[in-house]
Ligand binder design. Structure first.
Ligand code: 6R9
Length: 658
């Protein structure tokens, strides 16, 4: 049986780097050897090479009180200086930092000199408002240049930001402000989404309102950017318009150096249950790994590349690969405010063509969405500038990988499938373009300086050809330093499972193939147990989307009297299939048999529901928890983190009818 359920591992297509790409690649194969010979020495060398240390460090890793790590502890640096001033001082002030595109079609170009100026002014404003080192600032903004400036200005004065995704509700915002004890909130009147202004300031007002519960919120001021031009209410004395205070503030501001372990930000993860976890990151180690991975994984040439990561700053990819990595490396990047479908499908490809994007970093869910629309839309644009493509957020099924390479990458670009987490801070597992022979569907190998293993419940290495749990066996520079205000939960969640070995437990299932390459199989809580056989949701989803009719699929394990758990699948069909097939009555049956033929009878879904959309978070993750509720006939749980809360009622009405 286990050989039958190895569907993903039967993927045999291989893509060797082209000799031209390899000859000139930023990353060289010897990085692995150097890191293996002296891991800490390797990171120290990278850090010195990539960053400016105001006070050089002499210590590398302090792991004397695990699991609390210190990297480069006696060194001092300023994160914002590293992302801004030093590029200007090096004569690159005229280089474009941000090529910003608003959803309605307006645009702005911001150079490194201009961004540095803006950040200095804002740093002065924040200081005047009483924000100092160690204070927390909540940022609740759309994808506009001010969002990046805000993160950097907070970092510049040694304060801590907590970015809250602009799509989160007032309640989510309130609980995050409350947990972090934020002193200031930076927001906008509103931002553009799907052609309309989506208001933000009203949610802040609601979040900060007195609820008569005796709760004392710590916020003293709200700084508001004018973007949506929507009407907003105003609390005199508390609220300030950005345009009234920032342009008037002096543009002189000397960046003070802070210790390497000075906290940089808190970012709340969308936990599956309970209170969200405030993941804490600090400065020197984080910025080192952000800059190293951004340069080597994306083959970055700061002088000539136009880089675009489509993530929102509200999640970790937007922190490390929109804000810190690219700016530390002096890159030029696209920042886009809106949705991929506005005003019509193809907007992203218009942007790639308009700005000549060379490196694109996005999520599998977006790629499958584009597959659903068909290849004609991207093929109508000139995408020939693209030379490296990246994927992040969930396992990318081989069909989507190959489509991404063929249709978006013109059949020539390397693809890097990057595995990492909010907690890891930066990419941990990925191919290196120009070095690694790529395997569609596999994230492949730990980066140089990163120690990963796949182990069983007893912490034993599983060996090639087997599955188990992904663990990180040695501390890494950008690792989380804890959960804000809850050191016990930090230990429990990540370190208790393999306490004896001192391994970090990532919560992901993975397999090693015959070459020892890593295939991520989804969260371990997404692994089903059907009649005593372990089945991965990712594996069955991959089989479903390999069928010509299916654009997207989500699989959950629903409790079942006889088999323990049963497979229940939700499928979204391709437009092209729907328009060329009149009768789809029998399709669910056909898909059940298809999965059985692809993987084995054990994997045959008990039910398949054809739906028009899947419930996703704003960062594009499928909320399987909700689909499990439906499959098990329970009342659907908390839907507040859904991008579109209507999706669940549509699905329920479908399932009700069977
Ligand atoms: C960066 C980010 C982390 C979880 C992680 C895993 C999944 C991310 C992946 C991937 C397979 C990849 N994940 N990248 N699974 N292949 N390339 O997404 O952070 O939002 O914290 O999510 O996402 O399950 O544990 P975060």
């Amino acid at each position: 049986m286990s050989s039958q359920i190895d569907h993903l591992l039967t993927e045999t297509r291989r893509f060797a780097p082209s000799p031209e790409f390899a000859a000139d690649a930023v990353a060289k194969a010897d990085l692995y050897e150097r890191a293996a010979a002296d891991r800490e020495g390797f990171w120290a060398e990278q850090s010195r090479e990539l960053l400016h240390w105001e006070k050089p460090f002499t210590q590398v890793l302090d792991w004397s009180t695990p699991p609390f790590a210190k990297w480069f502890a006696d060194g001092e640096l300023n994160v914002a200086y590293n992302c801004l001033d030093r590029h200007v001082e090096a004569g690159n002030g005229d280089r474009v930092a941000l090529l910003w595109e608003g959803e309605p079609g307006d645009s702005r170009t911001v150079t490194y000199a201009e961004l540095t100026d803006e950040v200095k002014r804002l740093a002065n404003v924040l200081t005047d408002l009483g924000v100092g080192a160690g204070d927390r600032v909540a940022i609740y903004l759309p994808m506009i240049p001010e969002a990046i400036a805000s993160m950097l200005a907070v970092a510049r004065i040694g304060a801590i930001h907590s970015v809250v995704f602009g799509g989160f509700s007032a309640d989510s915002l309130r609980s995050r402000i409350d947990d972090a004890g934020a002193k200031l909130v930076i927001t906008a009147d509103g931002g553009y989404r799907k052609g309309k202004v989506s208001p933000l300031k009203p949610a802040v007002d609601q979040a900060l309102s007195d609820r008569g519960d005796g709760a004392q919120l710590t916020v003293e001021h709200v700084l508001v950017v004018k973007r949506g031009e929507n009407e907003v209410e105003w609390t005199e004395g508390r609220d300030l318009w950005w345009h009234d205070v920032v342009p008037q503030a002096p543009a002189e501001h000397t960046a003070q150096a802070f210790p390497s372990e000075n906290p940089l930000y808190i970012l709340y993860t969308s936990g599956t249950t309970g209170k969200p976890k405030g993941i804490l990151h600090t400065s020197g180690g984080y910025l080192t790994q952000a800059a190293f991975t951004h340069r080597n994984v994306f083959d970055l040439r700061p002088e000539s590349d136009v880089y675009w990561c489509t993530a929102d700053i509200g999640w970790v990819t937007g922190h490390t690969y929109v804000a810190y990595g690219p700016l530390a490396n002096g890159a030029t990047q696209v920042l886009y405010e809106g949705t991929p479908e506005f005003p019509a499908p193809g907007r992203w490809w218009d942007i790639v063509e308009k700005y000549g994007v060379t490196i694109l970093y996005t999520a599998p869910t977006a790629i499958r969405g584009f597959m659903k629309q068909g290849r004609v839309i991207p093929q109508q644009r000139d995408l020939s500038s693209l030379r490296v493509l990246g994927s992040v957020g969930e396992p990318i099924n081989p069909e989507a990988w190959v489509w991404y390479r063929d249709v978006i990458g013109g059949g020539k670009t390397p693809i890097v499938d990057t595995w990492w987490q909010t907690e890891t801070g930066a990419i941990m597992v990925s191919a290196l373009p120009g070095v690694t022979e790529a395997k569609p569907g596999s994230a492949q190998v730990p980066l140089p300086g990163i120690s990963i293993d796949v182990v069983d419940e007893k912490a034993e290495h599983v060996g090639n050809g087997n599955g188990g749990l992904l663990v990180i066996t040695e501390p890494w520079p950008s690792m989380l330093r804890g959960i804000w205000g809850d050191p016990e939960r930090y230990k429990e969640t990540y370190w208790d499972k393999f306490a004896e070995q001192g391994y970090y437990f990532a919560g992901d299932g993975a397999r090693l193939d015959e070459d020892g390459d890593i295939w991520l199989l989804g969260r371990v809580d997404d692994v089903m147990n059907v009649s005593g056989h372990r089945l991965s949701t990712a594996e069955i989803e991959s089989a479903l989307v390999a069928h010509e009719a299916t654009a997207e699929a989500a699989v959950v394990g629903a409790s079942d009297e006889t088999t323990g758990q049963a497979v229940v699948a939700y499928c979204v069909l391709k437009e092209s299939y729907l328009s060329s097939h009149e009768n789809i009555e029998d399709l669910a049956q056909e898909l059940r048999s298809w999965v059985a033929s692809q993987i084995g009878a054990i994997a045959r879904p008990r039910e398949i529901y054809i739906v028009t959309e899947l419930p996703k978070t704003r960062s594009g993750k499928i909320m399987r928890r909700l689909l499990r509720d439906v499959a098990e006939g329970r009342e659907v749980g908390d839907t507040t983190t859904l991008a579109d809360t209507m999706v669940m009622s549509t699905i329920q009405s479908k399932v009700g009818k069977k």
